[in-house]
Design a protein around this ligand. Structure first.
Ligand SMILES: Cc1cc2nc3c(=O)[nH]c(=O)nc-3n(C[C@H](O)[C@H](O)[C@H](O)COP(=O)(O)O)c2cc1C
Length: 440
């Protein structure tokens, strides 16, 4: 890892929640300028010029989103930082909150003030106890220094951040579902259009929702400038991104790299290659909802546009490496089980589709499947893909379609041999645990 590229993961002295080491690096300077009258329109313009794109999965332009909420005709507005993070293979947000809480707090304060939020929250999974403890202590230190709370830096400004306990479901990380659950309703996504949070968010008012990593970039961009931020990355995807690397690699963990870095560099140089010197069978470059790539595609650049063009996606950069000793049917089953369990059940194609897909993959894995089952799986995928108020069922069908397209011979071997040919290698339970573990 090139130290010059470390922006969000730059080591600081002392405990992560201690405010002084962060302040010594210029931390909270931008916030102090904002409070003392820096033009908030300039902030939006700088983020737009920097080309910062959301790190929560969709890569949406951050400046554009802030502008929409800031200039909304409705003046009662809200701000929420999304720290849901329940997708298998993604663990960079809790790592950031635990180890670098102050840059996030500064980014959140700037966001809240820019959109003139009436109230500001962080939606944090209750199960991330370490992250929560670190964040709470950091918040208190910032409060003690006068950076948040009442009469901030004696300017008369009041602004605070409240922690909202998330209940740890995958769908609750989808922004409209998250806002529903924050209002005491079931965490179910809403139909878009028209229910975009920038229009109809908390209490049906315009709401800015941003990911932890997106917000952590904000103070650095405003402090160091657009030219500094765009020195690395690609033209359309500037800056660095945090990659959560897991699966069959020697050094799983969170790595900060310029967007556009080849997948091979992450796996071989950062991750130390595949365990036990084995070969790569497939890689999920953007978590289980996006298509896998093969070992012949390791030179693909990891950015939103290149991976989309290659028929897959970057998502929130949860990179999962699968080695050649893994049964792809078992792997597909583990992830299909995840999708089935995490479907909120609201949309019938998702509720029924994820259930049926898991049942069929399970049938194949246990040696009881037929070739008709393979046809039926493909048919179901065709029916349910693109339906639903969120992308869960699309992810579930892309997984099965893609696995069948790349590894049909393995599915057929299960049918012919009436058992899993690799039954002793990876149980699907182990595989599921592996992808959900935080390896920060
Ligand atoms: C099923 C599902 C789960 C999601 N989970 C998360 C999550 O845990 N954290 C997150 O920031 N975004 C998540 N998203 C994306 C959010 O809906 C939203 O796009 C994001 O929080 C916006 O922030 P950004 O613009 O800074 O990326 C999820 C989306 C879907 C469809």
């Amino acid at each position: 890892m090139n130290e010059a590229n470390m922006r969000l993961l730059q080591p600081l002295e002392g405990e992560p929640w201690e405010i002084e080491p962060y302040c010594q690096r210029g931390g909270y300077d931008v916030w102090a300028r904002c409070v003392k009258g820096m033009s908030l329109d300039d902030i939006v313009a700088e983020l737009t010029r920097a080309g910062l794109r959301g790190r929560g999965g969709a890569g949406f332009p951050t400046g554009l989103k802030w502008d929409k909420v800031r200039n909304h005709r409705v003046t009662e507005r809200y701000f929420v930082c999304n720290a849901g993070e329940h997708e298998p293979g993604t663990f960079k947000d809790r790592y950031l909150i635990t180890h670098f809480p102050h840059q996030l707090i500064e980014g959140m304060l700037i966001a809240a003030l820019t959109v003139q939020a009436k109230a500001s929250y962080i939606y944090l999974n209750a199960e991330f106890e370490e992250a929560r403890a670190s964040f709470q202590k950091a918040l208190q230190q910032a409060r003690d220094k006068g950076y948040l709370g009442k009469n901030i830096l004696e300017t008369g400004l009041d602004l605070d951040i409240e922690i909202f306990d998330g209940h740890g479901s995958y769908v609750a990380g989808e922004e409209t579902a998250m806002l529903e659950s924050m209002q005491g309703r079931p965490a179910m996504p809403k139909q878009k259009p028209p229910f975009y949070p920038t229009e109809f968010g908390l209490h049906n008012k315009p709401t800015l929702v941003n990911n932890v990593e997106t917000l952590s970039h904000v103070p650095h961009i405003l402090r160091n400038g657009v030219e500094w931020f765009t020195q690395v990355g690609t033209e359309r995807c500037p800056g660095t991104m945090l990659f959560s690397l897991s699966g069959a690699v020697n050094r799983p963990g969170v790595y900060e790299l310029p967007l556009g870095t080849p997948l091979r560099h992450l796996i071989e140089d950062c991750g130390g290659g595949v365990v036990d010197g084995r070969a790569i069978k497939a890689v999920f470059p953007g978590g289980p909802s996006f298509s896998m790539v093969g070992p012949d595609q390791l030179d693909l650049a990891m950015d939103f546009d290149t991976l989309k063009k290659a028929g897959t996606g970057l998502g929130s950069a949860g990179v999962i490496v699968v080695d050649d000793a893994t049964c792809m049917v078992a792997k597909t089953l583990a992830l299909s089980t995840f999708f089935k369990e995490e479907s909120c059940g609201q949309c019938p194609p998702c509720r029924i589709g994820t259930d049926k897909l898991e049942e069929l993959v399970n049938k194949i894995e246990s040696g009881e499947g037929t070739t008709q089952d393979l046809d039926m799986m493909m048919q179901i995928c065709g029916f349910v893909k693109g339906t639903g108020f969120c992308t869960l069922v699309t992810g579930a069908s892309v997984l099965v379609q893609n696995s069948l397209r790349l590894f049909r011979d393995e599915f057929e071997a299960h049918i012919v041999q009436h058992r899993c040919p690799l039954a002793s290698s990876v149980s699907h339970v182990e595989s599921k645990q592996e992808t959900q573990k935080c390896r920060g």
